[in-house]
Design a protein around this ligand. Structure first.
Ligand code: AR6
Length: 171
């Protein structure tokens, strides 16, 4: 049984087994959550990402997939990097966004992670409307079989926290 919890705050402050990063296909860093994770986690994370690019992911990590690295100096054992879709008003990319949560949980299960912190993937720089991003996130976690005991959504601002609260209350 997976418990979903909501926290308003910075994902890099969390103590969990795995922190999920809203990365991009390059795995080599960026802004938003990605920038914060690499800043706080230190260079060991980027070293692992570079190794992944040199081995399994020469062309980068495809959208909707997830892969784990060390968590460096973060208070976690692993960072699970997932690549959300860029929001499009003309094309429905929700299946790819749902896939980010499903694949991250699959990787978490492979690692044996029992507590996992997620940001609102795609709902920042990638432009996904927050209410819809929250709906997809909560529905997907609710319907994905996993050994993860706690999924903690870490929402950066009040607006995001409200959107996720509404989804949890609706269920
Ligand atoms: N802790 C928790 N949530 C955060 C934090 C934080 N430290 N910082 C931002 N957020 P984003 P995306 C929120 O842009 O939309 C990067 O450049 C933010 O307010 O981090 O998937 C990558 O390299 C928003 O609600 O991720 C990619 O190129 C949510 O986290 C691209 O951005 C996600 O915002 C990915 O864009």
């Amino acid at each position: 049984m997976t418990t979903i919890t909501l926290v308003r705050g910075d994902i890099t402050d969390q103590s969990v087994d795995a922190i999920v990063n809203a990365a991009n296909s390059s795995l080599l860093g960026g802004g938003g959550v990605d920038g914060a994770i690499h800043r706080r986690g230190g260079p060991a994370i980027l070293d692992d990402c570079r190794r992944l690019r040199a081995s399994h992911y020469g062309k980068g990590l495809p959208t909707g997939r997830a892969v784990a690295t060390t968590a460096g100096n973060l208070d976690a054992r692993w960072v699970i990097h997932t690549v959300g879709p860029v929001y499009s008003a003309s094309e429905d990319r929700s299946a790819l966004l749902a896939s980010c949560y499903r694949e991250s949980l699959r990787v978490a299960d492979e690692l044996g992670a029992r507590t996992v912190a997620f940001p609102a993937v795609s709902a920042g720089i990638y432009g996904w409307p927050m209410d819809d991003a929250a709906r997809i996130a909560v529905e997907t976690v609710r319907t994905t079989p996993t050994e993860v005991e706690e999924v903690r959504f870490v929402l950066f601002d009040e607006r995001a926290h409200e959107a996720f609260t509404a989804q949890l209350d609706a269920g």
